[in-house]
Design a binder for this molecule. Sequence first.
Ligand SMILES: [Zn+2]
Ligand SMILES: [Zn+2]
Ligand SMILES: [Zn+2]
Length: 307
Amino acid sequence: MKYLLLFISLIYAIPSNAQNKGVTLLILGTVQDGGSPHIGCQKECCAVLFDEPDPSRKVVSLGVIDHENQRTYIFDASPDFTTQLKMVQEYTLPERKAPDGIFLTHAHIGHYTGLMYLGREALGGKDVPVYAMPKMKLFLEKNGPWDQLVNLKNIELIEMTTDEKMQLTPNLTVIPFLVPHRGEYAETVGFKIIGSKKSALFIPDIDKWYLWEKSIVEELKKVDFAFLDATFFDANEVNHRDVSEIPHPFVIESLELFKDLPENEKSKIHFIHLNHTNPLLDLESKASMEVRSKGFQIAQFSGTFKL
Ligand SMILES: [Zn+2]
Ligand SMILES: [Zn+2]
Ligand SMILES: [Zn+2]
């Protein structure tokens, strides 16, 4: 009896999340770089949010947790990094303050500036591994305030090579790949994240699908989930400018491109990186209903996927 009680108390001492097996992908944010509410926005989309912020409106980021090996990774260090890191930590040992790796897609504010919280003014990180492409790595090494993170060894930069596999744990492999996207300071990549059973594509920013040397339709076939750039829904959000001239795949363009795919391919697509004006931020909007009725999905904050 004594042993039985000890056994039961031991089981309950383990946090429930730690009992998870395999690899989990966790949506840490779904909003475009500028967040929501958006600075200076006087439109209806943000009117209420300045007074009543919605805690589910976080800038785009993914967490990946290998439960078996107790390893955690974050894809893109967003301006909401503080709370996003906390979400990932819920899945790991409490004494672990930093993730085992941060993967960066590119040098636009929504995707890397969260690194600032690893510096001496905040966490004071110790050699936190940050995976970056060659130009991105150089950008961080040569420009303040980021160079201070490098010099003080708050972060340790690890250079990635496009299309090269990185085996992080026996259960988890990551492959970066170049995508076209305006690159003032650095190149832009997307990631393929391969777990022990399933895999996912993460492409939060890309100019247009047809400008990519790879075919998104072909790449989609090779994975189970795809989190894809859906910054703008249609021309309403950009003052009725010609959508073909704005360097993002508009949702209406993606719906057209993917319209003949079989249901099982369509359902892999989760639209993400939504501008504050994007009606897909509201699951009840007409646009959201249309997207979902056509068999596609809209990425939801704190949603989880088994890889
Ligand atoms: Zn972005
Ligand atoms: Zn707005
Ligand atoms: Zn960008």
